[in-house]
Design a binder for this molecule. Structure first.
Ligand SMILES: Nc1ncnc2c1ncn2[C@@H]1O[C@H](COP(=O)(O)OP(=O)(O)O)[C@@H](O)[C@H]1O
Ligand SMILES: [Mg+2]
Length: 412
């Protein structure tokens, strides 16, 4: 026997609540599990009783039915809302649908009309619930034993690629510490070594995984949480996960651009932030990764060769169709004793330098040599504050890109 459809009635008028309840009482597969008198109560009760279907009035004291619908759908996407309203006008209907309502009936509803609307919505709720449960299973499997427990990634994770057109400018230093700064309990980061020939991320964190990206590449089409869990390095001190580069330079060619991109895409299902370190040599793998990145953090220093190369890269990115808003230009090893300031470089290249991370050789070099990223034990130093500020810039940029995306999306 199929599970009953659990219904919550939200209406400020007692008589309406009673009438609706009466209409439903002889339906063997529908059960009224609660009634609420205001939008706010409706939101609260829908959390508590977890209904399949909410019958929602529009005009109510405190929170109105449209807003309540929006909130309930955001909190529990499987719950389906059927709006019941005296207003039959198109505008209301449109607003209700935009808020995420599944159906719209005018009051007072006919018995069979109401019942068939509830049954349709109930079926949808069961399907959505199952989908949600499956998703949850995949997610917790990915987290695996000793992993992230029930951690679930709701939205698609963001790919943040760190690139410097000149070696030795601190690309890896920034990638490692940025991944740590972005990582927290709700938004997990994974750090991926895209420098396939001479990747040194594992050294930066003093870890030696036996597995690397070479072990994942041939399996990209049937990746699952367990495989991933086996191969990623768990960096206990910071909580981030790491996908190391191949152990030997000649193994780099075992990873195709297509495979690399698929790995990133899989990671997006599980992690909030996928931080990719790169080599200054633009390989096909790196170009493909740039193409799918949400933002590129471009690193320069105050040195002319580095600035010159940054100009070339900014041009290349434009040619590749990577808009300016997707590029966060940062200066590393910034030393105020030199006349070339971030402002001047930004003006010169017509791309503002968003963050300057100060030169601090003692902290930076000590960190690498000990294999302890400075964001773990020296984050209050100016260099650490620089990384924090970069992380904030990245977060803010991702949000504004997301909002922009929504704004330009075709309106329903
Ligand atoms: N802000 C900084 N101040 C001082 N030294 C730095 C800074 N950032 C990085 N370094 C040092 O520069 C060297 C090169 O850094 P690395 O991250 O390996 O660069 P890349 O990946 O661009 O080749 C390392 O010794 C690192 O400790
Ligand atoms: Mg490097």
């Amino acid at each position: 026997m199929a599970a009953k459809i659990r219904v919550l009635i939200v209406d400020d008028i007692a008589e309406t609540r009673e009438n609706v309840r009466k209409l439903l009482q002889f339906e063997s597969d529908i059960e009224v599990v609660g009634t609420a008198r205001t939008g706010r109560e409706g939101i609260q009760l829908s959390q508590e009783v977890n209904p399949d279907v909410v019958l929602m009035d529009i005009n109510m004291p405190d929170v109105d039915g449209i807003t309540a619908t929006e909130t309930i759908r955001a909190q529990s996407p499987h719950i389906q809302v059927v709006i019941l309203s005296v207003q039959s006008d198109q505008n209301y209907m449109r607003r209700a649908m935009l808020a995420g309502a599944r159906d719209f009936l005018t009051k007072p509803p006919m018995g069979d009309e109401l019942i068939s609307a509830i049954k349709r919505a109930g079926e949808m709720a069961h399907v959505e619930r199952e989908k949600g449960a499956k998703q949850q299973m995949i997610m917790s499997a990915s987290a695996g034993p000793g992993g992230f427990g029930g951690y679930q990634q709701a939205a698609r994770g963001k790919v943040i690629l760190v690139y410097s057109p000149k070696g030795g400018t601190g690309c890896t230093t920034v990638a490692v510490n940025l991944a740590i700064a972005l990582n927290n309990e709700d938004t997990r980061s994974v750090l991926i070594d895209g420098n396939l020939q001479f990747g040194d991320i594992a050294i930066f964190v003093n870890e030696q995984g036996k597995n690397t990206i070479v072990d994942i590449a041939p399996r990209v089409d049937d990746l699952d949480g367990d495989i991933l869990d086996d191969i990623l390095i768990k960096h206990e001190a910071s909580g981030i996960r790491i996908l190391a580069a191949p152990q030997r330079p000649e193994m780099a060619e075992k990873v195709s651009p297509d495979q690399f991109v698929k790995v990133l895409e899989f990671m997006q299902k599980i992690y909030s932030y996928i931080v990719v370190d790169t080599s200054s040599i633009l390989t096909e793998v790196i170009l493909s990764a740039i193409d799918m990145s949400d933002v590129v953090v471009l690193i320069t220093t105050q040195e002319i060769p580095s600035i010159k190369n940054s100009r070339l890269i900014l041009d290349l990115l434009t040619t590749m169709g990577i808009g300016k808003e997707r590029v966060i230009f940062a200066m590393n090893r910034y030393d105020r004793r030199f006349a070339i300031t971030p402002e001047r470089v930004g003006e010169n290249l017509k791309h503002e330098i968003a963050v300057a991370i100060p030169l601090d050789e003692k902290t930076a070099i000590n960190a690498v040599n000990r294999g302890v990223p400075f964001m773990l034990d020296n984050k209050s130093q100016p260099i650490g504050k620089g990384i924090f500020s970069l992380a904030e810039t990245v977060r803010a940029r991702l949000i504004s890109l997301e909002n922009e995306g929504e704004g330009s999306a075709v309106k329903r």
